[in-house]
Design a protein around this ligand. Structure first.
Ligand code: NAD
Length: 262
C-alpha cells in the first residue's frame, strides 16, 4: 500500500522544478494529481511523465495569483477526482529584474511577486479548505525558503513573501487544526531548478561552475535536487506526519545550521 493511495492533490507551479518533482512524487505514492501552471507545455510534460508511469493526473492552465483561476483549479480537481486532500502551494517567482533595494523596486514588481508567491497561498487555501472539510481533513504544504528565516541582499519582495509563507502556515494551522487540516512549510536551500539557473545566468556566471560553488556553501557539499524537496513533501502529506502541523522543515543541506563564522 502506497502512502497516498486514494488521495487527491493539487500542485501549483507543477510544470517545472520543485513543483514538477512534487507532482511526480505525490503521484508515485498513489495520489491523483492536478497540475496547475501558467506554462502549458511544462505542465503537459510533467503530466505525461506521470501518466507514463501509471499515475492519474490532469492539467489546469492558469495564473495562481488569479482568484478565478484558483477557484477553477479546485473545481476541476474535484470534478476529475471526486475531492481534495492535499494542496502543495508551491508556485513562486524571483524575476531576475527584481534584484534591487526597495527604492529601486517598482510597485508593479512588488505587487507581482507578492501576488504570485503569497496571495496564491491565500487563494488556493481559501478554495481548497471547503473541499478538504468534506473529506474530513487535509494537508496544505507551502514551499517557503531558507530566505524566510535569513536574508540575502536585494530581494525585498521575495524575502517578504517567504516570511509571509511561514506566518500564514502557523495561522492556518491554528485556525484549522480542529478540522483535521494540517498546514506545513518546507524551506529549501539552493535547488537546481530553472528558477535557480535563471538567477545564475543573470549574474553572468557559468551554470556548471555555479552548481559546484553554490554546492560547497551547503554543509552537505552539494546543491539540492528538486526530488530532495519532493520526498519530504510527500512524507509531510502522508499520515506518517499526522502529529505535525504549524511548523516548517528545512530541506537545505545544512545551510540553516551554519553560523557566519563557519
Ligand atoms: N530553486 C531554489 O533554489 C528554491 C529555493 C528555495 C525556495 N524555492 C521556492 O520553490 C518554489 C518553486 O521554485 P522552483 O525553483 O521550482 O521554480 P521554477 O521557476 O523552476 O518553477 C516554477 C513553476 O511555476 C510556474 N509558474 C510561474 N508563475 C506562475 C503563475 N503565476 N501561476 C502558475 N504557475 C506559475 C512556472 O511556469 C514553473 O513551472 C518557489 O516558491 C520558490 O520560491 C526555490
Amino acid at each position: 500500500m502506497r502512502d497516498l493511495e486514494g488521495k487527491t492533490a493539487i500542485v501549483t507551479g507543477g510544470g517545472l522544478g520543485i513543483g514538477s518533482a512534487g507532482a511526480k512524487e505525490l503521484a508515485s505514492q498513489g495520489a491523483a494529481v492536478t497540475i496547475m501552471d501558467i506554462d502549458e507545455s511544462a505542465a503537459e510534460s510533467t503530466s505525461l511523465e506521470i501518466r507514463s508511469a501509471g499515475g492519474k493526473t490532469i492539467v489546469v492552465i492558469g495564473d495562481a495569483s488569479s482568484s478565478s483561476d484558483c477557484d477553477r483549479c479546485v473545481s476541476d480537481a474535484v470534478s476529475a477526482f471526486g475531492g481534495l486532500d492535499i494542496l502543495f502551494n508551491n508556485v513562486g517567482i524571483q524575476p531576475v529584474a527584481s534584484y534591487a533595494n526597495v527604492e529601486n523596486t517598482t510597485e508593479e514588481m512588488w505587487d507581482r511577486i507578492l501576488s504570485v508567491n503569497l496571495k496564491s497561498r491565500f487563494l488556493m487555501a481559501k478554495y481548497s479548505i471547503p473541499e478538504m472539510r468534506k473529506r474530513g481533513g487535509g494537508v496544505i504544504i507551502s514551499t517557503a525558503s531558507v530566505q524566510g528565516q535569513q536574508s540575502a541582499h536585494l530581494v525585498p519582495a521575495y524575502a517578504a513573501t517567504k516570511g509571509g509563507d511561514l506566518s500564514l502556515t502557523r495561522q492556518l494551522a491554528l485556525d484549522y487544526a480542529e478540522e483535521n487540516i494540517r498546514v506545513l512549510s518546507v524551506c529549501p536551500g539552493g535547488v537546481d531548478t530553472p528558477l535557480w539557473r535563471d538567477s545564475v545566468l543573470s549574474s553572468g556566471k557559468n551554470v556548471e561552475d555555479a552548481i559546484v560553488e553554490s554546492g560547497i556553501t551547503h554543509p552537505i557539499g552539494r546543491l539540492g535536487a528538486p526530488e530532495d524537496i519532493a520526498k519530504v513533501v510527500a512524507f509531510l502529506a502522508s499520515d506518517k506526519a499526522s502529529f505535525m502541523t504549524g511548523t516548517f522543515v528545512n530541506v537545505d543541506g545544512g545551510i540553516m545550521a551554519k553560523g557566519s563564522w563557519a
